[in-house]
Structure formats: C-alpha cells, structure tokens
Design a protein around this ligand. Structure first.
Ligand code: OXD
Ligand code: MN
Length: 597
C-alpha cells in the first residue's frame, strides 16, 4: 500500500517502476513485523543467514559477491551540470550522459524482483538538522541495513507532506557486474544512482552518498557543513562535558576513538567518554556563537577485523544483538561469527568470507596465512546498543563543539599531536592531510595520498570551494572550536608503533581539552603548537618522556620536504582556484621552517 499522497514522491516511484519493471512494489514502514517478514524471505533464498539466536539474538550474516567488497572510488561520479563544480578531485560525468547510461543499465533490471521503497531520515525526524530521503532498492539486505543505519519510518512521509525536498536514491544490484558498477551523485537534482553493487558503502545511500556527498553540497549552499567526522563527549570529574569531532580517513580508527575507554589513571578520577557518532557529523551554527554537531546516522557500519574486548569493548558489546555481519567468518554449525583479531582462537571447519571451507591457521601454497574474514568485513549495529552512547545522541540541537581534530595514518612526519594557531591555519592543517590508504576502498593499500579533511572520496562539489566554505564558516562563528592534528600511527625503523593508541589516546584528548580551557602551555613550532612532553600524562604507561619526545617532534628536513609536496599538490591540483589564504598559510609554514632552521 502506498504510504503517501505526495505527488512528487509518487511520480518519482512511478518513473522508476516504469524503468526498472519490478514484479512487485513494497513500501517499507520500518515496523518490526515487516522487517521480520523480509528477513524470513531473505533467509529462505540464502541471501541472509540467521545467527545463533541464543548467543547473538536478532543477528544476521551476509556475504557480498567476491568482486564487491569495498567502496569503488574509480566508479564514483559527481554529476554536476558543470565539470568545474565537481572540481579536480572528483570523477565527473555530464548529467545528461550519466542519466542516459544509467537508465540503459537500469532498464528492466528488477524484472522478477520486488522493488522496496524506503522512506528514511538522516537526523532525528522533525529536527532542524534532519533531511529526508527515499531509497528504491531490490535488495532485502539493503532494507535491513537501512533500518539500522537510518531512521526508516512512515513518519518521514508525514513530515515531508507535499514537499519536493527529499533525496532520491535509486539502487539496484542489477547483475553485480563490475564493469557496469556506477555510484553517481547528482547534487543539483538531489539524486543518487547506485547500480551493480551490494556493498554497504555503495548501496546504503543514506551514508556516504547522501549524508556526505549530497549533504556537503547542501551544506555549502545552505551555510552548514557535512563532515567525515566522529563526535565524542569527554566528561570531566566536575561533570562538565566537552565535545570533540575528529576527521580520519576510512578504517583509521574513528569507531575506536569514538568509543574509547579511558585508562585507569583517568577513570579513577571520574573521566568518562560518550559516543555521539563514529563516522559523520553535520555541523551548524548555534547558541552562544558556537558550532553544534549531530550524527545523522542511527547505527554503526564498523570494520570488524581488529575489534575485540581489548581494542574496543564498547563496539564489541554493541554488536551482540540485532546486528548484521557482512563478509566475516561464519560457523554454519554453531551459527556464530568470527574475524581476525577477535580472539586468539580462530574456529575450525567453518566458512570464510567467500563461503569456502576454512579453518584458522590455514596457509596457502607459499605458506602465507589465509584470512577468514575480508579485511573490510563489517558489522551494522544499532546505535542504541552502544553502552557508551551519549544521552545527547537524540538532541535535535546537536552538541556544542570545543575542538576539531584532523588525523591520518602516517608512519613518519606528522607528530602525535599539534594545535593550529587559529581557524585559518586549522583549515590549512585539514587541507594538507595525507594518509596511507586502507581496505575500505578498492585499490592498493598503504600508499600515502592526500585526503583533505578525510573528505577526498566524499566531497560532493569542488574541493577548492569546500576549503573556501570552511574559511567562510570560521568568519561567521564567534566561539570557534580549536583545531588540532593527531597521528596515532608513527613507527620506528622496524615498523613498530611508537604510541600505544586505543584507550591511551585519552591522554592526547586530555591535553586538547586543557588547551581549549586555556590551562596548559604549549611550545610554538614551525607547524603549530605542540605539547611540552611533560604535559602529556604518562601515568601507568610503559613510556618515558624521552620516548614521547620522539613523536613530539618537528623534523625540519622532513617538514621542508613535506612543504614542497604540499606546494606541488596545491599547484597541480588546484592552481589559482585554491583560496589565497591557504597559499598564504603555506608561505608562513615555509618561512617558519627557514626562520627556525
Ligand atoms: C566507511 C568508510 O564505511 O569510510 O565509513 O568507508
Ligand atoms: Mn567513513
């Protein structure tokens, strides 16, 4: 039954029913009953497996096609009317050409299938931050994931009324053909096409496609920001909570930082960390001249490998019920799941992420361990399961931000932490972010690439305009957050990590908060303010101040080379379109490095 009389919605649905020609159409109202019925169907066709309902109540397991395990940046396009609006960092396709190509692929693609119509909200329904979408899909897996990751409800349609203000998401698995896989965003039309994929980041259209690519464009036009950032709150012993957002590229530990458990030296004193979001922040100006952030999602789509009781007990606890596991190891007898790094007891005689027989410790012809779970295997878990979920998670006004952190995965160069001198310098620091690539996107892993503000794959418009938007937002905000850069991933010459990371990152957050409060000094260096080593609390850690000094450094030779690289990047990618303020910041960096040589 149709859930609305909104003509814009009905016309949109009809257009794609005519094109994709499904046998059946089903409106999704988000009710438990409906989702249970769909689960039954997906179990009966083998699309989904039910996990052991005693050990993992409400949990499901799914495997994607083996050629479809990550985001595909090479096949992701921003189809703005003019190429210059997609900018130099995005793939662009002319919208007319794109619609023709995509419609030809989609023609008749749902014959013999059901089209599911999913009304969803990013952000709390009815709040100022909320934006609505409708995703059409032929995948029950997508319906069930969307019902965790977003607010799927008939209420979305009620709130929408007769309005045309919704994002149109068109997804079909088609035939899962790699050569015809397209993830296309049309920012000026509020439209997304995703064809020939079944991998979360490509097909849960509320996430990367809408909440980042389309929303970043909307934010630029409407005066707010959509960022690839976690949001966390640190409660101090006096009860005051400071909120921090942090942008790291995919699979660089955003979920771990968002759900951090502080070391004993902090918990003893009464410090607590609360999670507001682990991947996306929508940020607007609000009361007291501050910036406020909400997490527009309703769940976590986290990387499974490496998640365990030590590294992230909160994430693990979050996945113990009502969770969908994708591309991890599955034990068909016990109906349980496993992944590398979960524990030291890999199961035997089970199925790996490809569905092949697998036992822990298995090696290939060259004696190399064969992994059971794909490195980008995932869990989709409801936010409300998270033991440390912030009580402000549903606050329609968001949380006030004291600090913004940028960070990447850098074996060398970037120190543990430094602070930008001011907002403009902070925008520069974000713009020069670089990080080693991970398994979250198809392609080589471990290659350092420029990834400004961790938004390289997600900015829905010209990155030079995006930098200008950041600079402009700073001009409008009286009580701006302070901006920092962190790097948990420095290694010694043997490749060993020099910083313990995980819960111990609290020690860095502590310094950041004290800087925001103006109660601790810093050392001025050519790249920004750095902590005095004695101001980082090392209590309970097997690390000396001298060890710490190694990662609180600013090696002028290394940074001079870095400055050259930034200059090349700026000039070759952006040329004259880059905001002048950023060239001025680069000139300042170079001067500082010369002055202090
Ligand atoms: C994610 C990603 O899934 O960034 O969050 O790839
Ligand atoms: Mn992400």
């Amino acid at each position: 039954m149709e859930l609305t009389t909104n003509k814009n919605v009905l016309d949109f649905v009809q257009k794609y029913v005519d094109l994709m020609k499904p046998d059946k159409v089903e409106w999704i109202d988000g009710s438990k009953k409906q989702l249970n019925e769909l689960t039954k169907i997906a179990v009966s066709t083998g699309e989904i497996y039910k996990c052991n309902q005693k050990l993992l109540p409400g949990c499901l397991y799914h495997r994607t096609a083996v050629n479809d395990v990550a985001r595909v940046e090479g096949r992701t396009f921003i189809c703005s009317r003019e190429q210059k609006n997609a900018g130099p960092t995005n793939n662009w396709m002319d919208p007319k050409e794109a619609y023709a190509k995509l419609d030809a692929i989609a023609d008749g693609c749902m014959k013999g299938r059901t089209m599911y119509i999913i009304p969803f909200s990013m952000g709390k329904i009815g709040s100022k931050f909320a934006k609505y979408g409708i995703e059409l899909t032929d995948s029950i897996y997508v319906v069930l994931n969307m019902a965790i990751m977003t607010r799927v409800s008939a209420k979305v349609l009620t709130k929408l009324g007769d309005s045309d203000d919704f994002v149109r998401g068109i997804h079909s698995k088609v035939k899962l053909e790699e050569e015809n896989r397209y993830i296309c965003q049309f920012p000026e039309d509020n439209t997304i096409y995703s064809l020939n994929s079944g991998y979360g980041g490509n097909v849960l259209l509320g996430k990367k496609c809408f909440a980042l690519r389309i929303a970043s464009y909307q934010g630029w036009k409407e005066g707010w920001m959509a960022e690839h950032m976690l949001i966390l709150g640190v409660q101090k012993p006096d009860g005051d909570i400071k909120y921090i957002t942090a942008a790291f590229p995919s699979a660089c530990g955003k979920t771990n930082l968002a759900m951090l458990i502080p070391p004993e030296t902090y918990t003893k004193k009464g410090y607590k960390v609360f999670t507001v979001g682990d991947d996306i922040a929508w940020i607007r100006r609000g009361k007291g001249g501050m910036l406020y952030a909400v997490n527009p999602e309703n769940g976590f789509f986290g990387v499974a490998p490496g998640t365990n009781v030590k590294s992230n007990p909160n994430a693990l606890a979050t996945t113990r019920k009502d969770t969908i596991f994708t591309n991890v190891v599955y034990d068909p007898k016990k109906k349980t799941v496993w992944w590398e790094g979960l524990d030291k007891n890999p199961p035997k005689n089970v199925l790996d992420w490809k569905g092949n027989k697998w036992s822990g410790g298995m090696v290939d012809a060259e004696g190399k361990i064969i992994k059971g779970a794909h490195p980008n295997s995932r869990f989709t878990a409801p936010a409300k399961n998270c033991p440390c979920l912030s009580s402000e998670f549903e606050n329609p006004k968001g949380v006030p931000i004291s600090a913004i952190i940028f960070g990447g995965r850098r074996a060398k160069a970037a120190p543990l932490v430094y602070e930008a001198r001011d907002w403009k310098h902070g925008v520069f620091v974000g713009s020069i972010m670089a990080s080693e690539t991970t398994a979250a996107a198809a392609g080589a892993v471990g290659v350092v690439r420029h990834d400004p503000m961790a938004m390289l794959p997600f900015c829905g418009y010209n990155m030079a305009d995006y930098f200008q938007h950041w600079l402009d937002m700073g001009k409008k905000v009286k009580n701006k957050p302070k901006i920092f850069n962190v790097n948990w991933f420095r290694t010694d010459d043997e490749g060993n990590f020099l910083w313990p990371g995980f819960g111990d990152n609290m020690r860095v957050l502590d310094w950041i908060i004290r800087r925001c409060e103006g109660v601790v000094d810093a050392v001025e260096t050519p790249i920004g303010y750095m902590p005095k080593p004695e101001d980082i609390n090392l209590d309970g850690l097997d690390m000396s101040v001298d060890d710490l000094k190694q990662i609180l450094d600013c090696d002028k030779k290394v940074w001079s080379a870095e400055a050259e690289d930034i200059e090349n990047y700026y000039r070759s990618k952006f040329g004259d379109t880059l905001p002048k303020e950023l060239y001025a910041e680069l000139a300042k960096l170079k001067k500082n490095l010369r002055k202090r040589a």
